[in-house]
Design a protein around this ligand. Structure first.
Ligand SMILES: Nc1nc2c(ncn2[C@@H]2O[C@H](COP(=O)(O)OP(=O)(O)O)[C@@H](O)[C@H]2O)c(=O)[nH]1
Ligand SMILES: [Mg+2]
Length: 408
């Protein structure tokens, strides 16, 4: 089943659950009010029995019953707001938590995207050229990328004509479907899992400009692997800033893993060499290498990274097994530019997209996928030690577009 169909199915399921809940609550209310009425009737009956002077008891009772019923018309009690639907829990707990994390982490993006769509359709009159231009602008504004936005608008033009789509709800669904389909098609041969070696050492190099979240992501990943019972080692090869080494050491302590470090301002390649020797001697499973982001220019950065890679390869010919470029999602188009530059500088094997939780620019994942053809491997969904997830495209798309499908 395609991703869009899944999204649609989830939408229908949600609607059905909502409806079911409303019905259940209505039934409950009817039962409750019926019980109340019955209680009052029997009270009246008992009273009437006790004071049974009156000749025409039945009439009196009937009067009171009518009064009670008029006072609290059962019908009126039935109108209740549906409570939020609680997931049925049919899926394994682990998976549900991940989807929840995505839902939470993407809340801002989703909300903003929904607002943009509402704005787009608020002035909707017909599917004319002005409208398609507004679609382009809306998508560009949602950070899904220039090329992607143009492509979607063009495909929409054709589809609207072909299928004679007129209703705004149908147009909106067509836009979402195009986005999801395009995203899915680009991801068909993509490997999102990290290239972990089943036997022996896995070396992962983290690159990216200052402040994007390299050190934090390494700390989180170290924690995850440590929890999974792996022997983990960290290399503090960002010797450019003194603070950077200490920061990695703090994360090492938090995760309970050793950090190989040198002096601030020292040769990062020497630190990496020490770390490689140590990792082999200790038969470590994973070595995560932190690097400096800001070197004066691209040539210097390239030289530095090449040197680090050579040292690693000399000790372990198939390593590094991943070169992960860390990007800060909050920077939107700037992240795209960084990715293009790093791609020219070094062989990036995948992306870590951080700070998705704090931004409305989550649409950038679509742009990255469609325009850079680099797989997102990890996503940062918060500052906590557990807030790093292996990227799951399905969970991501569900989290991004949930609630955007309209009833046609
Ligand atoms: N909200 C949020 N903050 C993050 C995330 N990842 C990193 N950060 C924050 O970004 C800042 C810079 O991170 P740092 O790891 O020092 O970046 P580095 O210079 O690339 O090593 C820190 O304040 C982190 O707490 C994330 O996924 N979500
Ligand atoms: Mg750092």
């Amino acid at each position: 089943m395609g991703l869009f169909d899944k999204l649609k199915k989830a939408f229908i399921k949600e609607k059905e659950e909502e409806q079911q809940l409303v019905e259940e609550q209505q039934e409950e209310r009817i039962d409750e009010s019926a019980d109340e009425v019955a209680a009052e009737i029997s009270e009246v009956l008992v009273e009437a029995d006790e004071t049974s002077e009156s000749e025409d008891q039945t009439e009196e009772v009937a009067e009171v019953v009518t009064e009670v019923l008029e006072e609290e018309p059962v019908e009126e009690l039935v109108e209740v707001e549906p409570e939020p639907v609680v997931e049925a829990g049919s899926e394994p707990i682990q998976e549900e938590n991940v989807q929840e994390k995505y839902d939470k982490g993407l809340a801002k993006t989703r909300k903003t995207f929904k607002e943009r769509m509402n704005e787009l359709f608020a002035n909707f009159r017909s599917v004319d050229e002005d409208f398609f231009e507004e679609v382009e602008e809306t998508l560009i504004g949602a950070d899904v990328g220039f090329e992607t936005s143009m492509r979607i608008a063009e495909e929409l033009r054709q589809e609207v004509k072909l299928k004679n789509i007129k209703k705004p709800a149908a147009v909106q669904n067509a836009i979402i479907e195009k986005l999801v389909d395009l995203y899915e098609a680009e991801g068909i041969n993509e490997v999102n899992d990290l290239n972990l070696q089943p036997n022996g050492l896995t070396v992962i190099l983290f690159v990216g400009v200052n402040g994007v979240g390299k050190t934090t992501s390494i700390g989180k990943l170290a924690h995850e692997y440590k929890q999974a019972g792996k022997k983990v080692l960290l290399a503090a090869a960002d010797t450019f800033r003194a603070g950077a080494i200490d920061q990695l050491v703090v994360w090492g302590d938090r995760a309970g893993v050793e950090v190989v470090r040198g002096a601030a301002g020292g040769d990062p390649a020497a630190v990496v060499f020490d770390a490689m020797v140590k990792a082999k001697a200790q038969q470590a499973d994973v070595l995560l290498v932190d690097t400096a982001g800001r070197l004066q220019n691209k040539v210097n950065l390239m030289k530095e990274l090449d040197k680090i890679k050579r040292i690693i390869q000399r000790e372990e010919p198939n390593a590094p097994h991943e070169v992960l470029l860390v990007l800060d999602a909050t920077t939107g188009q700037n992240a795209m530019i960084q990715a293009k530059q790093f791609k020219e500088t070094t062989d990036v094997t995948g992306l870590v997209l951080t700070k998705l939780d704090g931004t409305a620019k989550g649409g950038i994942v679509l742009a990255i996928r469609n325009e850079l053809h680099l797989p997102v491997k990890l996503v940062g969904l918060g500052e906590g030690i557990n807030d790093l997830e292996v990227f799951n495209p399905n969970d991501f798309v569900m989290g991004l577009f949930k609630g955007l499908i309209e009833e046609e």
